[in-house]
Design a binder for this molecule. Sequence first.
Ligand SMILES: *Cc1c(COP(=O)(O)O)cnc(C)c1O
Length: 403
Amino acid sequence: MKPAGPIPPMFADQRGMLTIAGRGADAWAQQTPVFVYDPAIVTGQVTRFRAALPGIDLHYAIKANPHAGLLAAIAPMLDGLDVASGGELAKALAVKPAAAISFAGPGKRDEELAAAIMAGATINVESEGEGARALALADRLGRRPRLAVRVNPDVELKGSGMKMGGRPSPFGVDAVRVPALVRQLIGGGADWRGFHIYAGSQALDAGAIADTQAATVALAARLAEEVGQAPPLVNLGGGFGVPYFSGDAPVDVTAVGARLAATLAERPMILADSRFAIELGRWLVAEAGVYLARIVDRKESGGETFLILDGGLNHQLAASGNFGTVVRRNYPIAIAHRMSGPVEETVSVVGPLCTPLDRLGDRVALPRAEVGDLIAIFLAGAYGASASPAAFLGHPPAAELVA
Ligand SMILES: *Cc1c(COP(=O)(O)O)cnc(C)c1O
């Protein structure tokens, strides 16, 4: 038996049929597989953030879940949307004014830069070359571009699942070269919006997050001094993780907020009038999504029992351990109509794809389930449908429903 991750608190104490936003999983699962998103759970996270980090802008990195219905439901609660492609930019513009949208990501094409400039969204410039192209395009379009500079920081988010700073990187401009670039952008007529500094992702340790934020504030101040101008906004990155696996605990956001408040109370003068933002993806939306798939077959092989679902890594790649994890571990999983039911057997839960990678639960202890029953996989609200190879093996895509 291998342990599964902790079922999110809003579902953990349920008994019998799993309820999502007041409706039974069986009612949501008229068509399977299906992702069900509950915006009220995102609201809960936003409320938690506001209480812990008052005065800090909350941005949503929409690559975590760009579903249009979910975006429309949660956008009014957020101060900004961070996008990383022309496609995401269009989705964000449908639900939020351009002034609240920033566009990061390497390799922005001219059409994407032009779309952002025309809309009035902020471009987080990722290289000197991109900065020059943005200025030239803006000139041709007769617009004043809103440009920030993404910094490849010389600080790292310790304990984060994905490190994105402190080393050679396709993301951002090395810190030592940032002041010269900012001066060039300002000299070229840009409306300089500030810095975007992203040091990592999926960190659960409040102390590590707070240390990184303190180092990030210090870096922003140092760069601003060198530029000789105060940044209107310092985007401090994000990196708040979610407890996917056995033994994981949620981020203590109250502790992060207290440390950040102390850091900002003592910030250098040059940042006195700057706003500060934190951009979060999975922390906002992961718990809000449940993936429901139906058992198509139940079989024994070599003394092991397999439950075979009508969907797998083609919809929920992350739960199979093939999306940025080093060691495969089990996501939280349940038999949907037997929440809190007694453990009766150890089974492997697999998808229908003809590859051994398609394993959503590896030797997990569950109540007994039969063909036709629903399996629920939690933490499916981030990096699920949009981050999985839906076309692989030609099964239908999963439905996505917003409560
Ligand atoms: C992916 C990404 C995020 C969101 O990451 P999460 O781990 O989902 O919070 C935020 N900012 C940037 C720049 C990103 O690339």
